[in-house]
Design a protein. Structure first.
Length: 175
C-alpha cells in the first residue's frame, strides 16, 4: 500500500503514531484497562534482583578494616598477576609500623600470609564490629576458604588503634 499526499494516514500523523502504538502494544501483550491506562502482564515467577549495597563511614574501625581486607584480598587474589606492590603499599598504609615488623616475623616463622593467616586467598570474607576497648577497637574478620561442603572458615580478631591503624591481627579476641 502506498501513501500519497491525499491519503488520510499521511495527512494525520497522529493517526499513524496511534496505529503504530496499538500494533506495538498488541505485540508486547499489553491489554487496555480503560482510557489512557495499560498494564503489562508479568510471568508468574518473575524474579527481581535486589541490589546489594555496602555502607561505610570514614574513620570508623569496621569500615577501615573492611576496606583493607577487600583491597588486600583483591591485590593478592589475582592468581595470574597478583599485585605484590599494591599489597605491600596497603600494609604500609593500614598497619602500624610496630605491627608490620611483628607480622613479618610471624610470616617468616609460619610460612603463610599473616594478614590472612593462610597460604591462599579466601573466596569470601565478613567484617563485624566487636566493640571498643579503651582507645582501641576490635573487629572480627571471618575468612571463608573454598566453597560448598569443603569450605573452611577462619576467624581473625583485628585490633585497630585510636588513629585507625591496625595494631594486631590474631586468632583470639583480646576481650
Amino acid at each position: 500500500m502506498s501513501m500519497n499526499r491525499q491519503s488520510p494516514a499521511h495527512r494525520r500523523p497522529g493517526l499513524r503514531t496511534a496505529a503504530a502504538g496499538l500494533v506495538l502494544a498488541v505485540g508486547l501483550g499489553v491489554c487496555a484497562q480503560g482510557p489512557g491506562r495499560a498494564s503489562v502482564h508479568a510471568p508468574a515467577k518473575a524474579s527481581v534482583a535486589v541490589p546489594k549495597s555496602v555502607t561505610g563511614t570514614p574513620g570508623h574501625a569496621v569500615t577501615r578494616v573492611a576496606d583493607f581486607y577487600g583491597a588486600y584480598i583483591d591485590a593478592k587474589g589475582d592468581y595470574t598477576d597478583p599485585d605484590v606492590t599494591l599489597a605491600t603499599a596497603l600494609r604500609k598504609h593500614y598497619l602500624t609500623p610496630d605491627f608490620a615488623e611483628r607480622l613479618a616475623a610471624w610470616e617468616k616463622k609460619n610460612g603463610a600470609d599473616g594478614v590472612l593467616r593462610a597460604q591462599n586467598v579466601p573466596s569470601q570474607w565478613t567484617v563485624t564490629d566487636n566493640g571498643s576497648m579503651g582507645h582501641s577497637h576490635e573487629v572480627t574478620v571471618t575468612l571463608t576458604f573454598g566453597s560448598g561442603n569443603t569450605a573452611q572458615k577462619t576467624k581473625l580478631f583485628v585490633l585497630v588503634e585510636r588513629y585507625n591503624r591496625i595494631a594486631d591481627i590474631g586468632t583470639t579476641s583480646v576481650r
